[in-house]
Design a protein. Structure first.
Length: 61
């Protein structure tokens, strides 16, 4: 039995929505962890070192 592409698409519509929801939830979770880290003492120190490095490259500092 051969199924048409339209029938296959209709069956998979819910799966695609669930995949988008899972990826969105994972992205939000990662963003939360990243924000928590970057606002910590260690995160601020890393950001400061990176900024100083790039300012040194362009000759501003």
């Amino acid at each position: 039995m051969v199924t048409s592409p339209v029938a296959r698409t209709r069956r998979e519509m819910g799966a695609v929505s669930a995949e988008y929801a899972a990826v969105t939830a994972a992205g939000c979770g990662f963003a939360g962890v990243l924000i928590k880290f970057l606002t910590s003492e260690a995160g601020m120190a890393i950001l400061k070192r990176i900024l100083e490095f790039f300012l040194g490259l362009v000759g501003v500092r």
